[in-house]
Design a protein around this ligand. Sequence first.
Ligand SMILES: Nc1ncnc2c1ncn2[C@@H]1O[C@H](COP(=O)(O)OP(=O)(O)O)[C@@H](O)[C@H]1O
Ligand SMILES: [Mg+2]
Length: 241
Amino acid sequence: MQSDPSQPIVSFDDVHLTYDGERDVLRGTRMSLGTGDFRFLTGPSGAGKTSLLKLIYAAHRPTSGSVEVFGHDLSAMPADEMPKLRRRIGVVFQEFRLLDHLTAFENVALPMRVLGVSPNNYRDDVVELLSWVGLAHRIDAQPTVLSGGEKQRVALARALVSKPDLILADEPTGNVDPVMGEKIMRLLLELNRLGTAVVVATHDLGLVRGLKQPILRLKDGQVNLHAPIQDEPQAVAGAAQ
Ligand SMILES: Nc1ncnc2c1ncn2[C@@H]1O[C@H](COP(=O)(O)OP(=O)(O)O)[C@@H](O)[C@H]1O
Ligand SMILES: [Mg+2]
């Protein structure tokens, strides 16, 4: 399944999402994402960022409106085609979601095992991905002995193992220290430079500032695209930098 670069890979048209028939989380959301785009998805806690990402990877269905992903209208998509679509989307969660009884290698390899791919066809990719995220030396370690930042990088490698066209990262730096957070953001930016579209949901404007990437701002159930936030000159009295 190849994408036509001139077509959006994600497109929301007048999307409404209501939980329990009462909470209107999305109210007429429109937005699109192109091949190779990088977007921050911002908005305060509870604005609906996670819900919006769930609509993209079809964990939820909209109450009304249309969600198209890689040119497919998800509401019209037969259930047996969903796995093929999901394989093109890598998801990184705030809370890592690694399996503690498996090693870093086994955690990253898991999506391929689930797909029934023979180990000979993914072993080198898994090793290469773990090296890329700086964890070649932790390949046999279990998550219980890894730091938060290391766990998140294993989770990132796992999200990449199926070579997705789109990465959705939901507050990926929320449970790691600022230095690790920066490292994870650098990896996501590099991945984007290599051609993968990336959406990073975050309520942390400190993370967004200075990274010079466009922002999808979610407010009152609607999404607006904003230009990157520019660095403001830091005037610190008496502190020569
Ligand atoms: N499965 C659910 N059932 C009912 N309400 C939900 C569910 N998921 C999220 N919500 C509610 O929807 C709103 C948006 O949640 P969420 O998408 O998690 O926001 P964010 O990620 O921006 O913090 C919140 O008020 C939350 O309580
Ligand atoms: Mg959230």
